[in-house]
Design a protein around this ligand. Structure first.
Ligand code: SF4
Ligand code: SF4
Length: 118
């Protein structure tokens, strides 16, 4: 999904006017995308004069870090709420399984989408 860099968006509003499904709005002089309605057409990316519309790939390191932080928080919480330090490692195993499952879902989804190619 596209996302908008606050550091470079100058609030010109061009993307708001050009988005074909009207899912970009201005908030405090910065453009914001309602991701639920975005159809990934890339029009906003093409019209932005500031190159402020970024791609998913720009956030990969951030997302990995967030996943690691979420896992370590869950590990601490499991140990605290369940009252046993060994719950940390059990929690870690569950989180690893969770991400392996997510990876499998993504790979199978890509395989299905490849079938739509003409
Ligand atoms: S077109 Fe670019 S600079 Fe203008 S409001 Fe949209 S994101 Fe910001
Ligand atoms: S990718 Fe298309 S639908 Fe999504 S926010 Fe940009 S212009 Fe709108």
């Amino acid at each position: 999904m596209p996302w908008i860099s606050d550091a470079t968006c100058n609030g010109c509003g061009t993307c708001v006017e050009e988005c074909p499904v009207g899912v970009i709005e201005m908030q405090e002089d910065k453009a914001r995308i309602n991701m639920d309605g975005c159809i990934r057409c890339a029009v906003c990316h093409d019209v932005c004069p500031q190159d402020a519309i970024m791609h998913d790939s720009d956030k990969v390191p951030e997302r990995i870090q967030a996943n690691v932080e979420r896992t370590t928080k869950n590990m601490e919480a499991c140990a605290r709420y369940l009252g046993k330090v060994e719950e940390k490692q059990k929690c870690l195993q569950r989180m690893i399984k969770h991400f392996v499952r997510e990876k499998s879902i993504a790979e199978k989804t890509v395989a299905e989408l490849q079938k739509l190619k003409t």
